[in-house]
Design a protein around this ligand. Structure first.
Ligand SMILES: [Zn+2]
Length: 178
C-alpha cells in the first residue's frame, strides 16, 4: 500500500514498501513540467504507518521496520538519509494511504477481489454425497458427520461430564452409569 504526502506547491511525496525495500518518490508538477526523483533503501517491511514532519525548507520522512527506524530528509528535489535523532516527533503526522501509485510508477498488478464464501450446496459424486450444516459425507451406506454433536452423546447423570455411549462408569466422578 503506497502512502502519499502533499507538500503543497504541486509537490507530492510517495512512499511505498515494495518487498523489503522502501521506495520514496518525489513528484513535482509546476510550470507545466513534471519532475520526479526518488530513492530506494533496503529497510525491511514496515511495521508502522510511515510518518512525515515539516521542517525548515523541507520535510522529513520516517518509517519503522523490524530492522530499525529510518529517517529521510527531503529538501527541494534532494532526498537523503537523516539522523533518527533529528526526527521532530512532535510535528509528525501519519502519511495518507493512496489507492494507486503515481502514473509514472510501474503499474501494479490489480488486486483480485476474493469472492465471499458461499454456503456449500450438497454435492454428489458417484455414490458419495456431501452436504454442509452439519458437514456430512455419505459414501454408499457409510455416513461421516462432523460439526454437530451426534445424538448418541451422553452425559453423566451425577456430574454432567460427557461420557461415551456404552461406558459403564463416568470417567470424571466414577458414577456408575448403567
Ligand atoms: Zn460423573
Amino acid at each position: 500500500m503506497p502512502y502519499q504526502y502533499d507538500l503543497g506547491l504541486g509537490q507530492k511525496i510517495y512512499l511505498d514498501n515494495s518487498g523489503s525495500t522502501t521506495v520514496i518518490t518525489l513528484a513535482s508538477s509546476g510550470l507545466g513540467q513534471q519532475q520526479q526523483s526518488g530513492t530506494q533503501v533496503q529497510t525491511g517491511l514496515w511495521t508502522e504507518v510511515p510518518q512525515a514532519a515539516r521542517i525548515d525548507g523541507g520535510v522529513m520522512l520516517r518509517c519503522v521496520t523490524a530492522q530499525g527506524v529510518f529517517v529521510w530528509q527531503v529538501q527541494g528535489t534532494q532526498i537523503g538519509m537523516a539522523d533518527t535523532a533529528a526526527w521532530p516527533a512532535h510535528q509528525a503526522v501519519a502519511l495518507q494511504p493512496m489507492e494507486a501509485g503515481p502514473a509514472a510508477m510501474p503499474p501494479m498488478a490489480p488486486m483480485q477481489p476474493i469472492p465471499p464464501l458461499e454456503p456449500m450446496a450438497p454435492m454428489t459424486m458417484g455414490n458419495m454425497r456431501m452436504s454442509a450444516n452439519p458437514m456430512t459425507m455419505q459414501m454408499g451406506n457409510m455416513t461421516l458427520s462432523m460439526g454437530s454433536a451426534p445424538k448418541a452423546k451422553q452425559f453423566c447423570t451425577q456430574c454432567g461430564s460427557a461420557v461415551q455411549a456404552g461406558d459403564r462408569f463416568c470417567g470424571s466422578c466414577g458414577h456408575q452409569l448403567q
